[in-house]
Ligand binder design. Structure first.
Ligand SMILES: NC(=O)N[C@@H](CC(=O)O)C(=O)O
Ligand SMILES: [Zn+2]
Ligand SMILES: [Zn+2]
Length: 427
């Protein structure tokens, strides 16, 4: 079906019309197709790409499935998500990554690109079959033990060496486990006051420092997951200055929430790495604008009610984030120029660069004639109040409840097919 989008601003540019036909964007012809979308006041962005999503299938379909997570992603303006490997069974074989990939195709709401585990069962003992996952139908290029750190430097080195052969990347959850035993939240004054065991910034920074040196030594690509401290920014800054092939992500929640949220003892604010200080938030926002942090990735981590609505110490870490990511980023004002949103920079940090890191060549193209019709339409003037139950996700561990956030996704298209129209999922 063909669509004509009228009066839409592509990345903040002058209003124009776009024809969507045969899966691509075209210059409008004289004829008017049946389907017209009024784009007045809307901004067209390349479909967002999430490098870090937990979909929970196989194993915890009560918390999320590939389909429900894909729907949440489309509603958040995403056209591709990379699915983390910490499922049950773990995505450490060609069989499991192909299953996730196939489920993604069947759901048809976003492109689901499986991430493969680095080590068998995420146990950190021996390398998984990286080559078999790379050669599978899922063509895995990102490997991560996320949820766990690849703490053994020898295994990390070997993984970096292995993925170099096919220009893969190791995405590290940087957490020195010996420094975070029993940790419940950021190590600092709030943890001291609450009497909770702290997760020190140095547990993250020490692993990033080690890994950039390993990546430099091997000449391979390293990606740092959910970077959360000002010190980590400085380690990455220095590594980039030396030419190390390192990229880094920040989550929306680490750009807005701070460790004092734990004072509520509400486990919805429990996450790994933990919420940090206001100074860290400031440094992360600046690093994202500057490009020391390359991308925003959601770390969408849905959890069932019984795993979240319990005592802080027993609750699982993680929060949902796909449906609110763009709004949260807009709310920080960190990607603005002279007080107005820099849509080109939004596209860079949330679509083009994550697509490039993941090797997703069909994504990250500006929505202009000649490009694949894989894009999203945002109403920047809209505001909405977050209601955790109003979600396509199976889980409601949403830390933004009651917050009023700017921006609303009006439509999302994947290869010319609408996955979201009028803010509603089409499948
Ligand atoms: N971020 C989290 O707190 N939790 C993630 C794992 C992870 O990203 O480390 C999860 O899988 O729930
Ligand atoms: Zn992690
Ligand atoms: Zn994660």
């Amino acid at each position: 079906m063909a669509y004509l989008i009228k009066n839409v601003s592509v990345l903040g540019g002058a209003a124009r019309d776009l024809l969507i036909e045969d899966g691509v964007i075209k210059e409008p012809t004289g004829e008017t197709p049946q389907n017209i979308i009024d784009g007045t006041g809307l901004v067209a962005l390349p479909g967002l790409v999430d490098l870090h999503t937990h979909l929970r299938e196989p194993g915890r379909e009560d918390a999320e499935t590939v389909e429900t997570g894909s729907r949440a992603a489309a509603l958040g303006g995403y056209t591709a998500v990379c699915a983390m490997a910490n499922t049950s069974p773990v995505a450490d074989t060609a069989g499991v990554v192909e299953q996730v990939w196939r489920l993604g195709r069947e759901a048809g709401l976003v492109d689901v690109q499986p991430i493969g585990a680095v080590t068998v069962g995420l146990a950190g003992e021996r390398l998984a079959e990286l080559g078999a996952m790379a050669d599978s139908a899922a063509t895995v290029r990102i490997f991560s033990d996320d949820g766990h750190c690849v703490a053994d430097p020898r295994l990390m080195r070997r993984a970096l060496e292995y993925v170099k052969a096919f220009d893969g990347v190791v995405a590290q959850h940087a957490e020195e486990p010996r420094l975070t035993e029993g940790a419940q939240m950021h190590e600092g004054e709030v943890a001291t006051r609450l009497g909770l065991t702290g997760w020190p910034a140095v547990a993250e920074e020490a692993i990033i420092a080690r890994d950039v040196l390993l990546a430099e030594h091997v000449g391979s690509r390293l990606h740092v997951c959910h970077l959360s401290t000002a010190g980590s920014v400085e380690v990455v800054r220095q590594a980039k200055a030396r030419g190390v092939r390192v990229t880094a992500e920040v989550t929306p929640h680490h750009l807005v929430l701070t460790h004092d949220r734990a004072e509520s003892y509400d486990p919805v604010f429990k996450v790994n790495p933990p919420l940090r200080t206001a100074d860290d938030v400031k440094a992360l926002r600046a690093a994202l604008a500057e490009g020391i942090i390359d991308i925003v990735a959601t770390d969408h981590a849905p959890h069932a009610v019984e795993d979240k609505e319990c005592e802080w110490a027993y609750a699982r870490p993680g929060m949902v984030g796909l449906e609110t990511a763009l709004s949260v980023v807009l709310s920080t004002g960190s990607l603005e120029r002279d007080g107005t949103v820099d849509w080109d920079l939004i596209a860079e940090r949330m679509s083009r660069t994550p697509a490039r890191i993941a090797g997703l060549t069909e994504h990250g193209h500006d929505p202009l004639p000649g490009a694949p019709a894989t894009f999203t339409l945002v109403d920047p003037a809209a505001t909405r109040t977050v209601v955790p139950t109003e979600t396509a996700s199976r889980s409601m561990n949403n830390p933004y409840a009651g917050m009023s956030l700017p921006g609303r996704i009006v439509a999302t298209f994947l290869r010319g097919e609408p996955t979201v129209l009028d803010g509603k999922a089409q499948k």
